[in-house]
Design a protein around this ligand. Structure first.
Ligand code: PPE
Length: 311
């Protein structure tokens, strides 16, 4: 991976190679952590973090759902992130805040273990490849179902929950596909291993609802808004597996992935097997929003203050 210079750990800026934890860290054993994935873009007004406050609010909520009170306010984490980006000299980057139960307590009762908070930033290119973004990816429905709301909390972005995504990702990777699509416990379409999913059918954009065990993606919400602003109809409803094969267009959204067309599912080409017009129009409009080229979405971008020159 692309290393940066500094990582923020519990209020301090530490060199990348010194950002370490004890092997008896609670979160390493039991997955007791929550995190975020955020991106900052090099925009005409300077480096800007996309929907920063919304991501930090989701982090706070994820932590709360697992009984971890955040020892920092979202505002403190926001300014720490600004400083971290500036001190690392990055113009664009991926941002990974992590909140986890730390060292000091073993066993499943975690409430006495400390809560550690770290933020890392690094340069991260196209998650599903540059070619995938342009031409679309090949996906396969995984045999692993997405974690259900009766066992875990799909709405929380918790570290332990990602074993589910990892199994699906490995399975589909070994089978020669670029991404996994998981069904929910009822057998309806849920999402990718790290992306939400959209279907274009007869000019309408469909996407699974909150009750389908999805992560409430911030890219998903943003793309829904961009689509509606373009005059497109977006409907949240359950989607049957075969509707993927019969779709006119398919695409995925996520912070790391951004907006990526899907050109094949389970060896069925989606329509012509090339990204369709709705996907391409939305992708272009969304890229404009991310990169600060769309005035309409300017308030989605949190500008990183330029540090005052040292005297
Ligand atoms: N579902 C899952 C399971 C998921 O992990 C993500 C983000 C999304 C949907 C889309 O959510 P949002 O980023 O808010 O639009 N996945 C993150 C982790 C990727 C990783 O490999 O790590 C991300 O995109 O940052």
């Amino acid at each position: 991976m692309n290393q940066a210079e500094l990582i923020w750990m519990n209020g301090e800026f530490v060199p990348w190679d010194e950002a370490k934890v004890h092997v008896l860290t609670h979160g390493l054993h039991y997955g007791t952590g929550v995190f975020e994935g955020i991106r900052a873009y090099d925009t005409p007004r300077g480096t800007a973090v996309f929907r920063h406050q919304e991501h930090l609010e989701r982090l706070r909520r994820s932590a709360e759902l697992y009984y971890m009170p955040l020892p920092y306010t979202p505002e403190q984490l926001r300014s720490a992130t600004h400083e971290l980006i500036a001190r690392n000299g990055l113009r664009s980057c991926y941002i990974r805040p992590l909140v986890f139960r730390g060292y000091g307590q073993m066993g499943l009762f975690p409430l006495e273990a400390p809560i550690d908070v770290t933020i890392a930033v690094w340069e991260w290119g196209a998650y599903l490849g540059d070619e995938g973004k342009q031409k679309g990816i090949r996906a396969k429905v995984s045999s692993w179902r997405r974690i259900g709301p009766d066992a875990l909390i799909p709405h929380a972005k918790a570290t332990g929950q990602y074993l589910n995504s990892v199994l699906a990702k490995i399975e589909t990777h070994k089978a020669g596909y670029e991404e996994a699509i998981l069904l929910d416990g009822r057998g309806f379409v849920c999402e990718g291993s790290g992306e939400n999913l959209f279907v274009v059918s007869d000019g309408t954009i469909l996407t699974p609802p909150q009750s389908a065990s999805i992560l409430d993606g911030i890219s998903r919400r943003s793309v829904i808004q961009v689509a509606r602003d373009l005059g497109l109809e977006v409907v949240e409803r359950d989607i049957a597996r075969a509707e993927l094969y019969l779709a006119d267009e398919l695409f995925m959204t996520g912070t790391a992935a951004e907006l990526v067309p899907v050109r094949e599912v389970d060896d069925h080409a989606i329509a012509s097997g090339r990204p369709g017009p709705v996907t391409l129009a939305l992708q272009a409009a969304y890229e404009d929003a991310l990169h600060g080229r769309a005035e309409r979405y300017a308030d989605w971008l949190d500008l990183v203050p330029v540090p005052a020159p040292s005297t």
